[in-house]
Design a protein around this ligand. Sequence first.
Ligand SMILES: Cc1ncc(COP(=O)(O)O)c(C=O)c1O
Length: 424
Amino acid sequence: METKAYTLCDFINLDCSLPERVSLFEDKFITQLNREKLNGGWMSSIGPINTEMKVIDNYSQERNVISFISNNYLGYSKHPSVVEAGIEATQIYGCGMNAAPCIGGYSDIQKKFENDIAQFLHCEDALTFSAGFNANCGPLLVLLRKCDIALVDMYAHSSVFEGLYNTNTKIIKHNDIGYLEKTLLSMGDKYKTRMVIIDGVYSQDGDIAPIDEYVRVCKKYNAMLWVDDAHGIGTIGETGRGAVELYKALGHVDIITGTLSKSFGTVGGFIAGSHQIINFLRYHAKSNIFSTAPTPLTIASAQKSLELIQSDVYQREKLQENTHYFKNKLTELGFDFGTSQTQIVPVKVGHEIKTGRAARALLEKGIYVAAIIYPGVKKNDARLRFVILASHTKEQLDYTIQALIEVDDMLSIRKPVNELCICD
Ligand SMILES: Cc1ncc(COP(=O)(O)O)c(C=O)c1O
């Protein structure tokens, strides 16, 4: 009987040929998923992704579910004026720009969006990319070199770590300002640039970085500060400017990156900073220079979402209200959602397979939630990541809580456990 619970990392550094590696992956990992019916992450949606939607996977017929997988926090992906702006731009400019920005694919609407997003974030300039991933990874690869060092929060997004191949890296303890200060002090002036890189809102735990403290320490030790606020912009801060605004630090952060795929409801990403940094990137960031400009739809829809973020406080308040409602119920019932301070609500289960089973059991009850496992999070810190949206209804949240109670009766998920093995 198979006793090992395989994780994705078991198949990365195997000392055998590529055909052997992929074959082992199929035999061990995919077989494990199929045995447990855990392949939910690759389920297909049928029709639009909404709080109620239709899905199908390899193991069952199509079904209607209440969904917690989307990052369309404010509902702008389907907001009539956001959709209309995208359609209108498509009719005028076409479906694609069909050239990289630096050789002619740079439209007037992209230029305007970059000006406006920079202003919104109190930065001098901004540059847009076809994905949020590329807005972190591409700039980091060219901004930081061998004479520099990146001090990166251990839970920063993967797109940051992918950008660090050309520089020195020091992983810093999560949200631990004392540790950062000690590290900067001991480092002295060994490196030409010290770049502290954090998320505004952490994507798997939903907690917020104390940006004011980071600003204070970075100023004291002459370090630069980079904040990836993919999940905070639009959702927090008095006027939706994100974690940096929440901590009254607008104008004090060197670089802010973000995505258009969450609050903005479309796809793409941006980096904002000084004129000089952005100008340097316009000529050096390969994920921009060697990649076709974002589609007109993307840019025009994002522009409209940016306007709505500034005028439509209701959706932001509704998001907070829904999040509090859901978390209060979880707290009353003794479910553990860790350090979350936002709409990202990780119900901690612990063991990978048990988390997958819980996600499957919820699916059977009509709830679609992502099981986040290693290496997305630490080993044995797997969780069901509920992403709350402004558009969820109280009835949907109540139904979900009831389903969680029933799944807990079957699988005991209320307190995280981590010693389960696959044959249990
Ligand atoms: C913190 C963070 N940064 C960057 C990204 C990448 O954004 P995109 O999906 O637009 O590539 C994500 C995506 O989930 C994220 O969570």
